[in-house]
Design a binder for this molecule. Structure first.
Ligand SMILES: [Zn+2]
Length: 141
């Protein structure tokens, strides 16, 4: 089976509309997927930052990964790989931490991932919460 056939992009009720799940069990450290796409200067929905000012679009899988503050996967942008961070059961949703790769997000959003260390409002690693985020975070206090 090709690696792409072991992944399923599906519609979720989450803020991004789609998610990715693995159809087979994974081991921590396993390379789940080698991704390809078109790299350009534009930050768009479903793009991922591969280097400062460089964003990959038209990926078959990684553009649809959901965010978690305690993700089960990470992206290695140098090697173009999606890697399991821990053992993952067949059928589980694959998640990454958007702030691990993105300086700035296409759109900041409230997070309900349920992780003990959930940041509650997700931004890129080089930006502060926007006005909606500040309002949302203040409402949690
Ligand atoms: Zn979270």
């Amino acid at each position: 089976m090709d690696e792409i056939d072991q992944l399923q992009v599906w519609h979720t009720s989450g803020p991004h509309g789609r998610g990715v799940r693995t159809l087979v069990a994974r081991r921590a450290g396993e390379v789940i997927h080698h991704f390809t796409g078109v790299v350009g200067p534009d930050l768009k929905q479903h793009t991922l930052q591969v280097a400062p000012g460089r964003h990959i679009a038209e990926t078959k899988v990684i553009g649809f990964l959901s965010h978690s503050c305690d993700p089960d996967c990470r992206l290695d942008m140098g090697r173009s790989e999606l890697v399991a961070l821990r053992d993952i059961a067949a059928g589980d949703l694959l998640t990454i931490d958007y702030a691990a790769t993105e300086d700035v997000l296409f759109r900041q959003f409230a997070c309900h991932c349920g992780a003990a260390a959930c940041r509650h409002w997700i931004t890129g690693r080089a930006e502060e919460p926007d006005e909606d985020g500040r309002t949302y975070l203040a409402s949690l206090e």
